[in-house]
Design a protein around this ligand. Structure first.
Ligand SMILES: [Zn+2]
Length: 289
């Protein structure tokens, strides 16, 4: 199925503005009404099913957030409890996050995304044991000074009990609970991330020709934050200088860049699906119960 279809998943990380890069928490972009209105109307008019990964702690501290998210009709997953990059996937983060999610929405999350994509093999093993059906955290690329994930497959794969990708799905299904890792979209060969932040950083002059020439894989998971789409002046003022440089590029162009990417994906034959639907297809193909 995944070999015959091109699927794009739009994902929104619901967190404080520039969550891990600022001393204090700010919510100007997260709660920017005109941008929420634009995003929900744009998505409804184009039939775009988003998956939103929400920080558990915010469900406890930001009144109205859970109602806002439920009103979208989007798939909802968990983006850790506290969005602390030093403990992206500890058992406490996962369990406290699950409890906050359950209290807000009445059921457990089936999908997880680690802060900054910093999922570990041990964390994947914990998610598998905790009953999650999928994780969508891996950037299958290389960051200077950070994790080297060039060896990770760029397409969705089942994960074994040790948290490693398994290419033989039937074997993984026979070995116990099925957890699917669904990595972020990268340009083939270059492994350059394709996300709204990166479109803002490098622009369409870079991405337009590269996407037309290299395309994307059969499943393209696109990342986005509210601070990519809406102004976040208080958080921006606290960013380290490097990140101010990054986020001062193309101010206000986030919505137009997102719309451009949606148009590109549609023209390239991609169908838009929630991440959970991709996980369900992989699990079904592997024979997971
Ligand atoms: Zn995040």
């Amino acid at each position: 199925m995944l070999n015959q279809t091109r699927i794009a998943c739009l994902t929104l990380d619901v967190e404080a503005d520039h969550h891990d890069l600022t001393r204090q928490r700010h919510y100007e972009a997260l709660e920017h009404e005109p941008t929420w209105q634009w995003l929900t109307e744009f998505s409804a008019s184009r039939g775009l099913p988003w998956t939103a990964f929400v920080v558990g702690e915010l469900l406890e501290t930001r009144p109205g957030l859970s109602d806002r998210l439920m009103a979208t009709g989007w798939e909802l997953g968990l983006h850790s409890y506290s969005h602390d990059p030093r403990r992206p996937d500890t058992l406490e983060e996962i369990r406290r996050g699950k409890a906050a999610f359950r209290a807000a929405f009445g059921h457990d999350p089936v999908g997880y995304r680690a802060p900054l994509g910093r999922i570990t093999s041990a964390g994947l093993a914990r998610l598998r044991a905790e009953g999650f059906q999928y994780d969508a955290s891996v950037f299958p690329t290389w960051h200077p000074g950070k994790a080297n994930r060039l060896a990770w497959p760029t397409r969705p794969t089942l994960v074994d009990a040790a948290g490693h990708p398994v290419l033989d799905g039937a074997q993984a299904a026979a070995e116990g609970p099925c957890l699917v890792e669904i990595p972020f979209a990268v340009l083939p060969r270059l492994r350059l991330i394709v996300s709204v932040s990166f479109l803002r950083l490098l622009g369409l002059g870079v991405y337009g020709p590269l996407l037309d020439r290299l395309g994307l894989g059969p499943v393209a998971v696109i990342d986005c934050h509210m601070h990519d789409l809406a102004p976040a002046p208080s958080a921006f003022a606290q960013l380290p200088r490097f990140w101010q440089g990054v986020y001062s590029r193309r101010p206000g162009e986030g919505p137009a860049l997102l719309a451009w990417l949606v148009d590109w994906l549609a023209a390239a034959g991609y169908q838009f699906r929630a991440v959970g639907e991709v996980a369900a297809l992989v699990r079904q193909e592997a024979g997971c119960g």
